[in-house]
Design a binder for this molecule. Structure first.
Ligand code: SF4
Length: 280
């Protein structure tokens, strides 16, 4: 494939968004009162804008990468978008898989973790193990307020009453800031994880964060991931051996029982199934 790095191209023409004015409006209201221009790839120099031509090109790239390996998809991402290519990780099995592959392909890729202040100690210790094994320092990106201050100004833990708002304040806003000036981000989602994720493209435009979103593991199964972790001795969160297949913040994660869905332990007791990073 003849991929071109957009940094070496002249800035593309003004945006021609692939959504109705109404849907753009609703994303703006959900995410930020700021203008779209201050976000993600639109805030880069030069900006990378989602023109109709660019979106069509991404769709073609995505289609051509459908049968490629995660390594080849990551190579595409690096060739095409580095140094404005980044990755966010919660140190789950899929994220650890991508870190392992990136360590071989492009260890200089900036990787960050959304450190809400509510993460398990085991998760934060895994960051240290990544540093020891790969020499990669995953940057912790934090919200403006500490947990203590956030709870004090909100009259207690917001995750108990309004987890959507808590995720918005402590994850989505932080990612939005971290993504400013980047062109693309890697996501470790798999299509077989949930109904929402079934529709994930290998390469597509992330309207919420105004970035190209690349999902190298979209076609992988849980077994594929764990096979690589086992054979390559990739470090993983010890909580996975204690009945936690999916690990998020400690207040919103529980161990699951036999036969339960792998994400059943997240936000148990609420309708919520996603933090909002991977929903449109
Ligand atoms: S997962 Fe829970 S504690 Fe973490 S940000 Fe979301 S609601 Fe808050």
């Amino acid at each position: 494939m003849g991929f071109q790095n957009p940094i070496r191209q002249s800035p593309p023409p003004r945006p021609s968004m692939n959504s109705s004015p109404d849907s753009r409006e609703s994303v703006l209201q959900v995410i930020d009162p700021d203008t779209v221009a201050g976000r993600g790839a639109l805030a880069a120099d030069p900006p990378l804008e989602p023109t109709a031509e660019f979106l069509a090109e991404l769709a073609r790239d995505s289609q051509s990468l459908e049968s490629e390996s995660p390594q080849q998809i990551l190579r595409y991402a690096v060739d095409r978008f580095a140094p404005r290519f980044t990755m966010a990780t919660a140190f789950g099995p899929e994220g650890m898989t991508l870190i392992h592959l990136l360590a071989e392909i492009a260890p200089e890729t900036p990787i960050f973790n959304l450190d809400t202040g509510y993460q398990f100690d085991e998760t934060l210790e895994l960051r240290e193990r990544v540093k020891q094994r790969y020499g990669i320092e995953v940057e912790l990106k934090r919200p403006d307020t500490t947990v203590e201050h956030y709870e004090a100004i909100n009259g207690g833990p917001v995750y108990k009453s309004d987890p959507n708002r808590c995720c918005f304040d402590r994850k989505l806003r932080v990612l939005q800031d971290a993504a400013k000036g980047m062109y693309a981000w890697a996501s470790a989602i798999r299509r077989d994880q949930s109904e929402d994720r079934k529709r994930a493209a290998i390469v597509g435009w992330d309207q919420k964060f105004q970035l190209v979103k690349i999902s190298p593991l979209a076609n992988w199964t849980k077994n594929d991931v764990w096979k690589l972790i086992t054979t390559q001795k990739i470090p993983y969160n010890p909580l996975h051996d204690k009945g936690f297949p999916s690990v998020g913040c400690w207040p919103c994660t529980r161990a699951i029982g036999l036969g339960e869905d792998e994400r059943a332990g997240r936000w148990s007791g609420f309708e919520k199934k996603e933090c909002g990073l991977h929903t449109s």
